[in-house]
Design a protein around this ligand. Sequence first.
Ligand SMILES: [Zn+2]
Length: 340
Amino acid sequence: MSEFTDQDHWKALILYGLNQATYKIALGKTLLSLSDQGYTSVPWDVLSHEFLHQYLQRLASSEAMPQQSNPSRRTKMERIIAERQVDKLSLDQAVNEVGRTAFEDVINRFHNLGNDTSFQDKFYRTNFGRTLELTDELHAVAVSGRSELEEELNARWALLEGAFTMSHERHEHYELANDLRLTYLANGHKRKGLTSNIPFLQGYQGNTCFYCGEPMAPDDIHVDHVLPRQVVHHDEVWNLVLAHSLCNGLKSDRVVGEHFMHKLIARNENIMGSNHPWKARIASSLGGTPQARSRALMKHYDQVKLILRDNYWGGSAFYNPESDPFYTRLITVLNNGSRR
Ligand SMILES: [Zn+2]
């Protein structure tokens, strides 16, 4: 241990170890500030006031970020600050609340590094609920590396907030995606045999694969759900196209790029320009005008992207097998092979 300086120890405590919340960072800033102010024996209310001050500064702006990883909860400090901001707590009451409820974990664990407790009492000793006694080591560290340590604390605080924000967004995304999935499921229908649609779809698509644009042999025509059936749970004709079995299989249950949605919209408008009985069905599902249908279809597309998390076929929204020479050659070779 002796090859490490006090400053190294300080940095280890601040930078390493798991952080479920930002308390340790706020306490680090509090300690440096109290040392600056000349304290050695810090009364509990002074400690509480300074800790509150650190959070008030941090959370004052409208872009206040989450202070802990669990999205369904808020830290005690977040709750105290919120109540202070709407004047449900006076400053004195807030300070008192901090001193009473916020410190138990952070004051007792600040010196822990994983399971290692050998730094105990290094930067302060505590008479819990009464005073904090700052050590010479703390004063020395605070003086020697002040601006660097302050910067590190601020960077660490921002890093944690960023990580917590991402975990909250994932959570919100999950909830939203789950709601959408359930809506599709609730409105869904049992799977039907789809081969009966082939002659009709061929009439509007010709004999080429919707995805790669290459010709299809009569024994290799598959009906594909452009928006994956496992999400939309229906076999509505506005979402059905013909594709090679290979293209169908490679696409699988993934999202296709937006260019295919424009192609699908054009194909559907082709059907709408005819007198086919499916016309009324598409109008009732998507809308009575081309604009309404286009909007409705793109809305489904956006929802499916949200559910499948932009998991694109080919890895990107821009991937288009039709303009991929290798892909079309592959299809041609395989198709010729299958008709040997
Ligand atoms: Zn194909």
